[in-house]
Design a protein around this ligand. Structure first.
Ligand code: ADP
Ligand code: MG
Ligand code: ZN
Length: 417
């Protein structure tokens, strides 16, 4: 029990109805309550909202939440109101009268969490208005939007770099599910000038067994793997539409229920295949990375990468579609140098800024490092996301340590040392 902020347990029960904190929520809450700037990185669904909502309620008074989308603001406000919290959002989806009425309630001290967009928060008018309050904290949700090296960059988020000077002494907590090092470093630099405590947690999916195998004849290797998982639902990712079609045809010819999915197919066929995959057990979906976003199927038993993925971040997201039910599942990747050359060429030939190219090249290097690891893959994967862990016992290297040149294996060597 932390003596510093005894109120946090009461608020956890009374305001949220939870009896315990999850994962590292408590550490984050403590850090924010002690006035530190925090960057919290946790996967979607891990419970990031509580990390700023709870300290805001413990501190009392007004806190600000920055969010990029009206829909996200409305969802969170609705959920908070349901549990009796004084949350509101001011945004352009509301009439002027509605926004004015909310602001009145803010000035009367009737709002504890006020949601708004970055551009609204950063107007001189809003800043002048907010100096009349002693703010509890400022939360920046979906903080990866500040990073130009991700896919969700929003120019308005760059304005938030001026937050710490505009509101000195007010702790800022940034939250994101996007964890790779370049994004993390970017957020830390742009939002905090480097002065921030970073917490990464919740990325491990211990039920997914991880294997990286040498790629020689992809078609045969994929078929052998899929056959060994007879009758299970799974996804096979391939790098191109052509390979998707060839692989789906080959698996079908081998008697496996395989369907194809890529962006070049007629929308109706694509939708029908997706429907079938979701509705019926035992279908293998052979797909490009166009498949999987927002797919909610809990009993996918394996994800195969027939080609090297674009980054560890993409790989992590893609294998995360397996085993959502918590039962054992497999991530099986074929790794070949030819693929690495292809990926390098994509990066070299991309029409983009040099800085972007540099970041993408670093990401590819990290992926190669993972594929060539000689110790636990999961430790390497989680370390890339900034999370530390122990050898997992559920990856190809833990289960079958590679032999060293002198004949001793890595596990033995560790004991010898
Ligand atoms: P994220 O923003 O990380 O995607 P949310 O903050 O939306 O996740 O939380 C996801 C779900 O987890 C919510 O339904 C929330 O109520 C629940 N949750 C969060 N913290 C806890 C906890 N300590 N105990 C139980 N459920 C929790
Ligand atoms: Mg969230
Ligand atoms: Zn391992």
């Amino acid at each position: 029990v932390s003596p510093d902020h005894p109120d946090k347990y009461r608020v956890l029960e009374d305001a949220f109805g939870f009896s315990t904190f999850r994962s590292r929520q408590e550490e984050i809450v403590d850090a924010v309550l002690s006035g530190r700037n925090v960057l919290a990185v946790m996967p979607t669904g891990a419970g990031k909202s509580l990390c700023f909502q709870l300290p805001a309620l413990v501190k009392g008074g007004l806190s600000i939440v920055v969010s990029p989308l009206i829909a996200l603001m409305d969802d969170q406000v609705a959920a908070l109101k349901l549990s009796g919290q004084k949350a509101e959002a001011i945004h352009s989806g509301k009439s002027r009268e509605e926004n004015v009425e909310i602001w009145r309630r803010v000035t009367r001290g009737e709002v504890s969490l006020l949601y708004m967009s970055p551009e609204r928060l950063m107007t001189p008018r809003m800043q002048a208005a907010l100096t009349k309050f002693s703010l509890g904290l400022i939360a920046v949700d979906e903080a990866h939007c500040i990073s130009q090296w991700g896919h969700s960059f929003r120019a308005e988020y760059l304005m938030l770099g001026a937050l710490r000077e505009a509101f000195p002494g007010v702790p800022i907590i940034a939250l994101t599910a996007t964890a790779d090092r370049s994004t993390r470093d970017d957020i830390s630099e742009k939002l905090f000038g480097g002065d921030v405590s970073v917490f990464v947690s919740g990325f491990d999916r211990p039920n997914i067994s991880i294997t990286v195998a040498d790629k020689t004849r992809a078609g045969a290797e994929i078929e052998r793997f899929v056959k060994s998982r007879g009758g299970q639902s799974g996804i096979v990712y391939r790098i191109s539409r052509k390979k998707v079609e060839d692989t789906a045809a080959a698996l079908s010819a081998a008697g496996i229920r395989a369907l194809a999915y890529h962006a070049g197919m007629p929308p109706a066929d694509r939708a029908a295949n997706q429907e079938a995959f979701l509705a019926e057990p035992g279908i293998v979906m052979v797909a490009t990375v166009a498949f999987g976003m927002g797919i909610d199927k809990s009993d996918v038993r394996f994800v195969v990468h027939g080609d090297v993925p674009s980054s560890l971040e993409a790989y992590y997201q893609e294998i995360g579609r397996a085993g959502r039910d918590g039962e054992p599942a497999d991530a099986y990747m074929l790794y070949g140098l030819e693929d690495v050359r292809t990926r390098r060429r994509f990066i070299d030939e991309a029409d983009c800024e040099p800085e972007r190219r540099r970041v993408d090249a670093l990401r590819l290097d990290a992926l190669i490092g993972f594929c060539e690891a000689t110790s636990c893959r999961r430790v390497a994967l989680l370390a890339y996301f900034g999370e530390s862990s122990q050898a997992c016992g559920n990856c190809d290297i833990c289960l079958d340590p590679p032999a060293l040149a002198d004949g001793r294996d890595v596990a033995r060597l560790a004991i010898d040392l």
